[in-house]
Write a protein that binds this ligand. Structure first.
Ligand SMILES: [Cu+2]
Length: 264
């Protein structure tokens, strides 16, 4: 179950933070560095931006990372029953327009040790140099850098009418294009690591932002305007995942769902 980040219970928040801490510690293909690295650096870049695969590719990406979070928490706790759902950040909500970043992901939320306020940037020395030269302000100094942010004013986040306009799109391609452009704006709003594809996924808030994008696709799929991606795309693979576009169309077959929005 994926919930609004502002509506997590205290125990759900503990689980989420422990799950992120657990994936941070794993340095193989079950860990955070591997998943964050798929999006941009280290090369190759797998993420799909500016194409009709934007939504399906990121849905597969979140799905596999969410499973990795749950698996890591289960191993860390020795408890096979815990589950972690990626929360979504509704940047169009009144609370976000007032306060900006989702509460659980702010650095002030639990002091500087909040694992959701910054992610470890697991890159080799050449990639780190590349990031420092080309993306000043994306990552901290030193040998074990973490992501940085430079958020704009909360009121500058996309508003609900913008979201509603996207949801009125009548074809998948139009919907995807409009939503991707709104999505780009939020990446830029957060700033720092989030403002560039090579480093974005190392910031934990990336996952909450993309959960919101995925949720909006789901809401559009529920609407009467819903349309599937063009048929020629349905069997396209979404590397590096063993998943095709068709596999991503029904979130219930992927085993997750979005909680109803709590107004407020
Ligand atoms: Cu993105």
């Amino acid at each position: 179950m994926r919930k609004n980040a502002e509506n997590l219970t205290p125990s759900e928040l503990v689980d989420l933070r422990e799950a992120f801490e657990a994936v941070y510690r794993i340095d193989d293909d079950r860990g955070f560095g591997f998943f964050a690295g798929i999006h941009g650096l280290p090369l190759p870049v797998y993420c799909e931006h500016g194409t009709a695969l934007f939504l399906p590719w990121h849905r597969a990406y979140l799905y596999h990372f969410e499973r990795a979070l749950t698996a890591a928490l289960r191993r860390a706790r020795g408890d096979e029953t815990v589950e972690v759902g990626l929360p979504w950040w509704d940047w169009s909500s009144a609370v976000s327009q007032d306060r900006g970043l989702p509460t659980p992901f702010r650095s002030t939320a639990d002091g500087p040790t909040n694992p959701l306020s910054a992610g470890p940037v697991v890159l080799g020395p050449d990639d780190l140099r590349l990031v420092r030269e080309n993306l000043p302000g994306a990552i901290s100094e030193g040998e074990d850098p973490v992501t940085l942010r430079d958020p704009e004013e909360p009121a500058e986040l996309p508003r609900d009418p913008t979201v509603q306009r996207a949801l009125r799109a009548t074809t998948f391609t139009d919907f995807s294009r409009i939503l991707e452009s709104i999505h780009n704006g939020v990446h830029g709003w957060v700033g720092g690591a989030m403002s560039a594809a090579p480093t974005a996924a190392f910031d934990p808030v990336f996952w909450a932002h993309h959960a919101m994008i995925d949720r909006l696709w789901y809401l559009w799929q529920l609407s009467p305007r819903n349309g599937d991606p063009p048929v020629r795309l349905l069997d396209r693979p979404l590397p590096p995942f063993p998943t095709t576009v068709r596999d991503t169309l029904d979130i219930s077959s992927l085993g997750y769902e979005y909680a109803a929005q709590v107004i407020g």
